[in-house]
Design a binder for this molecule. Sequence first.
Ligand SMILES: NC(=O)c1ccc[n+]([C@@H]2O[C@H](COP(=O)([O-])OP(=O)(O)OC[C@H]3O[C@@H](n4cnc5c(N)ncnc54)[C@H](OP(=O)(O)O)[C@@H]3O)[C@@H](O)[C@H]2O)c1
Length: 253
Amino acid sequence: MKKTAIITGATGGLGQEFVKRARKENIDEIWAVGRNAEKLSLLKKRYGAKIRPVQCDLSSEKGLSEIAKLLETERPDVRLLINNAGMGQMGAFSSFSANEVAKTIDLNCKSVCLLCSYAIPFMSKGARILNISSASSFQPNPYISIYSASKVFVRSFSRSLAFELKEKGISCTAVCPGWIDTDMLVKEKNGKKIKYPGMTTASRVAAQAMRDSAKGKDMSVCKLFVKYEHLLSKLMPQKAMMKIWAKGIKDYI
Ligand SMILES: NC(=O)c1ccc[n+]([C@@H]2O[C@H](COP(=O)([O-])OP(=O)(O)OC[C@H]3O[C@@H](n4cnc5c(N)ncnc54)[C@H](OP(=O)(O)O)[C@@H]3O)[C@@H](O)[C@H]2O)c1
């Protein structure tokens, strides 16, 4: 049985950093999941023989069932599942189409749960799950309302799952980064450079997340700045937090 890592969104900023780190673990094959075939073959060229590109759209039923089928046929020993693929944009809720809203929920929430559901039967003691949530899960965030709510879902689901899987010796970590310098973030709006307070690198987030997952932590928060945000969200009234947040982003929406 091949020791396997499944990493979704493997071609993106944070995903590539997880791929780099998974290569150094006792893993035979890395299923690198993404939609873009060109980016996937580049990833294989860059990171070598262990990479198995899996091209599919995780916001679709078809894409999800492809992963389920692959697991059933290959029956690997899944050591690592990193649900990293995610999407989200800034804007008023009413500016998004129903299709955009549904796709965001399907990718950010449904795919995370289903991939856990498909992969857990192929996991044993010592296997690890990392689900990428966000610091935006610490409070409600107007103008990224769906994204933020989807990450609350991921954090809550992951921590409950961690509790349930403990007796099997499988860990599950909700990774809650603040702003990360990747292509996901729009860098300029209306000719204005967008400032992302406390922005960090994908490398730093992935390194911390892998360390926390190895220790069996159910949550990974990278950087003092984000830990402070987390504490503040517990101490301050959520309405006040929302006002501060909305004031900070009003120039960019
Ligand atoms: N950047 C931040 O500030 C930040 C902060 C907190 C949390 N996060 C979270 O970190 C994770 C990684 O984000 P990132 O910043 O690295 O973004 P990114 O660079 O835009 O990467 C996103 C990845 O997801 C894949 N993807 C997108 N839609 C997909 C779909 N429908 N099916 C399959 N794969 C899909 C993309 O590949 P294809 O386009 O080829 O499909 C890409 O590999 C996300 O869950 C995000 O919410 C990001």
